[in-house]
Write a protein of this length. Structure first.
Length: 356
């Protein structure tokens, strides 16, 4: 693990095993400099255990940068449950996993991610208070996907404005890869804004519904990234943006909800050199974590949450402007902004310890 490219001085990585329920899971806490590591639980069929560890490492680091960039007093953490979501989330397994989270004593706060539902988080809440995104209680924030979709939609408009001088999406050809909870809501917003949709998903029923509801064109998921598009919105799993994509895809803008869209770090520069505007994924998809963070703080206010989500557009514009001014890839600009906040908090913490 320590030699993995995904390892980035993570504070804590915990493996969880419960023979009675069959649970196998990994919890990765990347940083708690800004606060407890908040991040979702992903349930997925990984190739092997190390593949799951790598995903947890990569995703938890992304959460540190995401939370920092949008100004949340939270660090980065993420967890993964190994197995098919249809059979690996028994009540006994979720309860065992919640007990493992509880043993971390608040250093990690779990929320919904791929393969998980609000009902799953509700069940875990019966065991540990260190979860967010629940459906009941005074501070319950519920399903985070509408807020994630809103942030991505605003990011698309900001990127189109940076490219064209106007954020009007009328007639813009937008490809949405992945029609899950977030991808579907994003497609709804794009359709309402007048965009011409091209969609792909491994679930054929969803694509047929999208074609009927949004007059969308259906494309094979492997082909969609290489369609001629004004905007490509990856909303499934990560790793879609490769060097081949950067060099050959006839796409102007990339802005979607998927985490870890860059297959390798060097793709950030490759996209920039190819003239493709990449909206850093951990910035534009932060709406969901903003929503659950309000619940974790114990004082949920939907109006205040939406104000913070809408601020994603302002941060995106700042990233695009600085990237253009300094001729620097957008991902590198966003990383620097996030790191500056993290380092400022680290300096304060060091100074406080010195005073004591």
């Amino acid at each position: 693990m320590f030699d993995s490219p995904e390892y980035d001085s993570h504070e804590e990585v915990v493996t969880v095993s419960d023979p009675d329920s069959g649970l196998r899971a990994v919890i990765a806490i990347h940083s708690t400099i800004l606060g407890p590591g908040l991040g979702g639980v992903r349930c997925w069929q990984y190739r092997d255990g190390m593949d799951a560890v790598r995903d947890a490492l990569r995703l938890s680091r992304g959460m540190t940068y995401k939370n920092a960039l949008v100004g949340l007093p939270l660090g980065g953490g993420k967890s993964v449950i190994l197995g098919d979501p249809a059979i690996s989330k028994s009540p006994a397994a979720l309860q065992a996993f919640a007990r493992a989270i509880d043993r971390l004593d608040g250093r990690y706060v779990a929320a919904e991610d791929v393969g998980m539902t609000v009902a799953d988080i509700d069940m875990m809440r019966d065991v540990t208070p260190h979860v967010a995104g629940t459906s009941w209680g005074a501070a319950a924030s519920g399903d985070p996907s509408p807020y994630t979709a809103e942030g991505v939609f605003l990011g698309i408009k900001a990127a189109v404005e940076a490219q064209n001088g106007s954020d009007d999406l009328t007639g813009a050809r937008v490809g949405v890869l992945g029609l899950g909870a977030v991808g579907w809501k994003l497609a709804e917003k794009l359709n309402e804004a007048g965009a011409s949709l091209v969609v792909a998903d491994i679930n054929v029923t969803r694509t047929v519904r999208a074609a009927a509801n949004f007059n969308a064109k259906i494309i094979d998921p492997m082909r969609l990234p290489f369609e001629e598009l004004d905007v490509f919105a990856p909303c499934a799993l990560g790793g879609t943006l490769t060097r081949d994509f950067a060099e050959s895809a006839p796409v102007k803008i990339i802005c979607g909800a998927a985490n870890n869209q860059l297959a390798t770090p060097d793709v950030d520069m490759a996209l920039w050199e190819a003239g493709k505007l990449y909206a850093p994924d951990y910035l534009v998809n932060a709406g969901g974590v903003i929503n659950v963070a309000a619940e974790a703080a114990g004082d949920y206010d939907a109006y205040a949450v939406m104000i913070r989500v809408r601020a994603i557009a302002e941060t995106a514009r700042a990233v695009f402007a600085e990237a253009k001014d300094k001729n620097t890839p957008t991902g590198a600009v966003a990383d620097t902004m996030a790191l500056e906040r993290i380092e400022a908090a680290r300096s304060v913490s060091v100074a406080q310890r010195a005073e004591r």
